[in-house]
Design a protein around this ligand. Structure first.
Ligand SMILES: [Zn+2]
Length: 138
């Protein structure tokens, strides 16, 4: 069978099916983590669990119930995006630890990027003009 015909058949097979989304990649990553952990602990339960997740992600991507799968993905993203945002902020804090400190304004809750000045400093929030004390120890 030539490649063109195979591609054609695959496109025909996948039409009307859900395909791949962010939840698919998350489940794939979860499976890989479970499998890596299982290399160390060698548990039957973990093996069954990771195979179950693989089955789930295959069934999801071939599913014809597109609205339901999209809804699941939306639910997942609602949980995932805040985690991703916090992780990104944490990496930024670590990367810029020598030049910047990040503090939340106690009044308007905006996160401010401050230059590193050791000791006690008074900071004025550019958004709400509130003045508050910031202490930088290290
Ligand atoms: Zn403020």
């Amino acid at each position: 069978m030539n490649l063109e015909r195979f591609k054609e058949k695959l496109v025909k097979f996948m039409s009307g099916r859900y395909g791949i989304d962010q939840l698919y990649y998350a489940l794939l990553l979860l499976t890989m983590v479970l499998m890596l952990v299982n290399l160390k602990v060698d548990s039957l339960i973990l093996m069954l669990l990771s195979n179950g997740v693989i089955l789930l992600l295959i069934l999801r991507s071939f599913s014809r119930n597109i609205s339901r799968r999209a809804w699941e993905n939306k639910k997942f993203l609602k949980i995932w995006y805040p985690i991703k945002r916090k992780a990104r902020m944490l990496f930024r804090r670590i990367k810029e630890i020598k030049v910047h400190r990040y503090r939340k304004c106690p009044n308007c809750k905006k996160t401010l990027q401050l230059p590193v000045k050791r000791g006690k400093n008074t900071v004025k929030c550019p958004r709400c003009q509130e003045k508050f004390e910031v202490r930088v120890i290290l």
